[in-house]
Structures are given as C-alpha cells and as structure tokens.
Design a binder for this molecule. Structure first.
Ligand code: GLA
Length: 384
C-alpha cells in the first residue's frame, strides 16, 4: 500500500474511533426503524406515556412536534408547583390563601387541550419550591409561623383552590392523576422535616389526602410521589396503609415512582421495590423517568459504550414493567419521562434522556420501545 493510502486508511480509522468514543454513532431515524411512536408501544400495555414540559417546549416548533408525535400525557416541569400558583397579594387582601394559575401554566393547559393531551398534576404539598410566606401570619415574609389550626385551613385552601381554579378555567377534565404530596419520606425510614410537618404535625400527610379526596373529582387519581423509591419501598408501603378514612376506604389511589435512575443503579433492586409497592394494590406510575450515565457522584461521558449500557438499561427496565403489567401483577396506567432530550434535561450532565440534544434517537429510545436490535446490545448492527 502506498504511503498516502496508508495515511487515509489511518485517518478513516481514527474518525471511526473518535466517533465511537465520543458517542457520536448516529442511529437510524425512528421512522426507518419502526412505524410506531413511543405512545403506541406503551398503549399496547395499557399505559399512557408522558413528558414534562415548560413553555419553552411548547413554543419551540421542533420540540412541540416531537412531543405531539411521541407522547399523550404531560406534566408541567415547574409551572404548577406551589412557588408558581399562589398569589401573595391576593392572599393578604382576602386573608385566605389564594391559588391562581400563572400565564405559563395556562398556556400549557391551552396547548394540551387543543392537542388532545391528558395531564398529570404536580404537585401540592412539598417541602421544596413552596413559598415560606404561606406558613406565616398575614402571609408576610417576616410574620411569625401560624399555628396548626390555621395551617390546616391554609392546606385546605391550597388543595380546594387548585381544583377549583382548574375547573373555572375549563381544564379539570384533562387531569387523570395528581401528585398530592411529594417526597415526604427519607431513605432511613424517617419522615422528612418540612414546614408543613413542623406546624401541623405528622398527620399533615393524612390531612393532605383527606382534603384532596374531598375536593378532587373521582376521575383524578390521587398520588403520593417520591424518589429513591427502591430504598423507601417498605416505608411507603406502610405509610399508604395509614391513608384511610373511618370506613377503611383508601384516600389515595396511587404511588408515583420518580425513577431518577443511573446506569450504575442495580435494576433487580429497583424492580424488587416496584414489586413491594405493587403489593399494596394501589396503582403505580413512573412519574419522572431518566437514567443518567454513571452514578450521582460520578457522571460518565456520553461515549458509545456508556450510551449502549443506558439503552440496555431502558430496555430491561421497561421489559420488566411491561411483563408485570401484562401478567396483571402491576396496575400501571402511565409512565412519564422527565423531559425527552438530553439538551433540556435538569440532569443534562448525565445525558439521561431518550433523544440527544439534536433530537436524534439514542439507544435509550429504542430500549424503551423494546426494539432490541437498536437498544445497544453489542452483537447487533447499529450505525448505518
Ligand atoms: C423532583 C421533583 C420534580 C423536579 C425534579 C427536578 O423530582 O418532583 O418536580 O423538581 O425534582 O427537576
């Protein structure tokens, strides 16, 4: 071989190696691989599939098109959290906690309705992203903390106010599930400390579901939602048993598993947690799925090898869930991804989503769709 051709062969080899190690192996487009959308795959197992969205997503054509093509359920990433739905001035004027949907929430709801999406509500009672003034006298920043009785009144106003606000704007029918309480338990089995708990006491959790059960329409399933659920499964299973009324009727319908996972997380342990929670007989949903590369204290770079591992993880996670659901061992009617593109994800340094930043499909997408040939298993052809 001439020196020049040896050099060009080496150059091509180097380009392939760089592409592989930097994760730039381009997978075939979804339309070349399957006629199905993500929502068709989940529908075959009786599940909706959702994404979290912000106004940026629905206002950007390429994102909006993808969401419309692939998903049929939406959760607001932030716009319905307590920090965004409470009007301090109106509360001070009226002396009652006033719920008011902001323009971002209204525009997402409007878009969801126009495009036929179902909605998950997220979230009402949470230790985080909740204004401190709702716990204080006169709804003022500097007031003293109010007492238990007053805080129960405010909790009732928040919960009833949210459902009323959705009804008044004509969007209540879109909702099939609502996260009433988010993240109340710790991994060691103890209850998380929060202003709600400090002021009302440990039974704040019971009251949250009591009010939600009272004010939400029957058509909306009421959820308790948490993360690291595989390590909290026993405590959550014990906790939901306490959420009953005087006649022994559950005030709760489902348990939300956030599923903020990493490829280093043991999948068998995760699915054991799912089984423990499924035994409660309540519905389960994965509510915020993403699977980061590596582990929390150590993000891995998006090399082809790491992306393949992620694809396999998604494949086996959903294979496990679909099998359980199909066998009637799991009542799961929806799965929501916390985003869909690595570029938009809150954990983007871990590249945890189905599509990359350019919206090209990753092994992860084909893994979730149960298309094994493109899910990252080594023996299969991928790059074309
Ligand atoms: C938790 C919350 C979500 C969101 C994520 C980070 O999982 O439930 O609403 O705040 O953290 O985006």
């Amino acid at each position: 071989m001439k020196r020049k051709s040896i050099l060009s062969v080496m150059l091509v080899l180097m380009m392939i190696l760089t592409a592989c190690s930097s994760g730039r192996v381009k997978l075939p487009a979804q339309a070349e691989v399957t006629d199905l959308a993500l929502k068709d795959v989940f529908a075959a197992h009786g599940m909706k599939v959702g994404a979290c969205v912000s106004s940026r997503v629905i206002d950007t054509q390429k994102y909006a098109d993808l969401v419309q093509g692939q998903f049929n359920s939406l959760t607001m990433e932030n716009a319905m959290k307590p920090d965004y739905i409470l009007n301090q001035k109106e509360s001070q004027t009226s002396g009652k906690l006033v719920v008011e949907l902001n323009s971002e929430a209204l525009s997402i709801l409007n878009w969801a309705k126009a495009n036929g999406f179902s909605m998950r509500g997220h979230t009402l009672i949470w230790h985080s992203q909740t204004p401190d003034w709702i716990f204080r006298e006169n709804f003022s920043k500097s007031g003293a903390y109010v007492d238990r009785e007053e805080m129960l009144v405010r909790m009732e106003a928040l919960i009833s106010g949210m459902f009323k606000e959705l009804k008044d704007h004509g969007y209540l029918d879109l909702f099939y599930a609502y996260d009433v309480v988010n993240e109340a338990w710790m991994e060691d089995g103890s209850m998380r400390s929060s202003n709600w708990r400090k002021i009302i006491g440990d039974d704040y959790l019971w009251y949250a579901f009591y009010y939600a059960d009272r004010y939400a329409p029957e058509s909306i399933d009421l959820y308790y939602n948490d993360y690291n659920e595989q390590y909290k499964a026993e405590s959550i299973a014990d906790f939901v048993e306490t959420l009953k009324d005087d006649d022994g009727r559950y005030l709760i319908d489902g348990i939300g598993l956030q599923a903020h996972l990493f490829t280093a997380d043991d999948l068998a342990t995760y699915l054991d947690g799912v089984d423990i929670l499924a035994e409660t007989g309540l519905k389960l949903e994965l509510t915020e799925v993403d699977v980061g590369l590596g582990k929390y204290e150590g993000a891995q770079s998006a090399t082809d090898a790491h992306l393949r591992e992620q694809g396999q993880y998604f494949y086996e996670l959903f294979e496990g869930l679909f099998k359980r659901a199909d066998a009637g061992k799991l009542r799961m009617d929806a799965v929501t991804f916390w985003g869909f593109s690595d570029g938009l994800s809150w954990r983007r340094e871990y590249s945890p989503q189905l599509y990359d930043s350019d919206l090209d499909p990753k092994y992860a997408l084909y893994g979730a769709m149960q298309i094994k040939e493109y899910a990252g298993y080594e023996s299969t052809e991928t790059a074309k």
